[in-house]
Ligand binder design. Structure first.
Ligand SMILES: *Cc1c(COP(=O)(O)O)cnc(C)c1O
Length: 459
């Protein structure tokens, strides 16, 4: 990855150009960059991130987006279409997540900016619904997403970190039970977690939450739009949705396996009263009475339109068909791993599998796979690598290539077992190692990504 992307090919803008650049020139440049960057994932070598991977589908969503891209959904009187799209995205998601079982409740939802947004709004809602508690806390399985820690940090909600069983990689229920205190407002379970693809025991967590009179958030950011269809296809996936007593909120990312554009997710509430606890309004501002349902102010109507278009154009049959191919591909890729006694699959995964080795550093396998164009995600404690299977992997030939490349990678790892691996575990794909100076290092990497001083070459 170049430190100064494209600087040697395209003009560098340190200030705004004096005269506008012709549109065709701009579009040609972007077309060139996008087609070169698409090559990284189009062949099916990249874990997660490109969930649909179908350019026809993306073109269709972009067209839907373009009708409303410039509309601000805060001004609802000007865009009744946004109200329709948003309400129906929420209704379709609630139905998919089993809200039909909630006959004694009034289910509802929020469309947010992404998984982190849905998680943040859930954490905020549990805090706001418990105004008598000065310092609330939630119990987060160690494997649950960092977005919970981030939300806790932002909103002053403590996250008690529950250990997971090292074999099943599911949260330790006894620990959770023993650590609920008077300030605990909700439990968390993942369906599934990002690291291992394992589903926490949601039924047991729900029973515990009901017994203690607290909430249960199920993080279905990744699996929310895939596991329901996997269950329907008969895969062995435990219940995780609103059919489970005690589940009070579920996050499900439309911008992952909902196959929508990046920038939307649904936070589903078993009952609207919890959602309504977290609205913000300022009624005595000189600028007028202000209210917004979530943390965002202005939002693009295009994202609601594109998300709605994705769901309605695919329909249940489309989601089922895609899910079938993904689950079958994942199973075939896992079979290839099981053929190597030196490799070990972690827990009981589904469409996302993680594996490690007790014989060598698994990052040696990753080093080799990278040389063949594979882009896996890395984990630590213990070192492991994972693949979230998406539609690009379901293309013909990908499983066969995986099987061959994995065999070569294992041979490489055995041969180089005494050497240190080059790759390491970082969520976003930014290269680099971890050390005792991780704090300084990470701040520097993040600053580099966003800082014009660091990403634009000196004049
Ligand atoms: C992706 C993900 C999130 C966070 O979602 P963003 O859309 O990246 O903000 C949360 N939980 C899980 C399990 C995820 O996979």
């Amino acid at each position: 990855m170049s430190r100064f992307p494209y600087y040697d090919e395209y003009e560098v803008h340190r200030t705004m150009p004096d005269e506008g650049t012709p549109r065709e020139e701009i579009l040609a440049m972007m077309d060139d960059m996008a087609s070169r960057e698409n090559v990284v994932w189009e062949g099916g070598h990249c874990s997660g991130t490109m969930y649909c991977g179908d350019h026809d589908h993306y073109d269709f969503l972009n067209e839907a987006f373009s009708n409303f891209s410039y509309v601000n959904t805060l001004q609802r009187d000007m865009c009744p279409s946004a109200t329709k799209f948003e309400a129906e995205i929420i209704a379709m998601t609630l139905d998919m997540l089993g809200a039909g079982a909630l006959t004694d409740k009034n289910p509802g939802g929020l469309v947010t900016s992404g998984g982190s947004g849905s998680i943040a709004h859930a954490v905020l809602a549990y805090r706001e619904a418990n105004p008598s508690i000065t310092r609330t806390n939630m119990i987060k399985p160690e494997t649950a997403h960092p977005a919970f820690a981030k939300a806790g940090h932002l909103f002053g909600v403590d996250m008690k970190i529950a250990p997971v069983d090292p074999v099943t990689l599911q949260v330790d229920l006894d620990w959770v039970r023993a650590n609920i205190d008077a300030n605990t407002v909700a439990l968390i379970g993942s369906a599934p977690n990002y690291g291992y693809g394992t589903v926490d025991p949601i039924t047991e967590l729900g029973a515990l939450a009901l017994e203690r009179g607290i909430g249960l958030h199920v993080d279905g950011c990744l699996g929310g739009f895939l596991l329901p269809f996997g269950r329907e296809l008969g895969y062995d996936i435990p219940a995780f949705d609103f059919s489970v007593p005690g589940v009070t909120t579920i996050s499900a990312d439309t911008h992952k396996y909902g196959y929508a554009l990046k920038g939307t997710s649904v936070l589903a509430f078993a009952d609207q009263s919890l959602r309504n606890s977290q609205y913000f309004y300022l009624t005595d501002w000189s600028g007028g009475k202000y209210c917004s349902p979530g943390m965002d102010g202005s939002r693009s109507g295009g994202l609601l339109a594109a998300t709605w278009a994705a769901m309605v154009s695919l329909g249940r049959a489309g989601y089922l068909r895609y899910a079938k191919a993904i689950f079958e591909t994942s199973a075939a890729m896992q079979d290839a791993i099981r053929r190597h006694p030196s490799l070990r699959i972690m827990g009981t995964p589904s469409f996302l599998f993680s594996f490690t080795s007790d014989e060598f550093d698994i990052y040696l396998v990753n080093d080799f796979l990278r040389s063949r164009g594979w882009r896996m995600n890395g984990q630590q404690y213990p070192n492991a690598i994972h693949m979230a299977v998406t539609r690009p992997q379901t293309q013909p030939g990908v499983v066969e290539r995986w099987t061959l490349d994995l065999a070569d990678a294992v041979a490489y790892a055995k041969e180089h077992r005494d050497e240190p691996a080059k790759s390491g575990a970082i969520y976003g794909g930014v290269a680099g190692g971890m050390s005792a100076e991780a704090d300084e290092f990470i701040r520097a990497v993040m600053a580099d990504m966003m800082d014009q001083q660091a990403s634009i070459p000196p004049a």
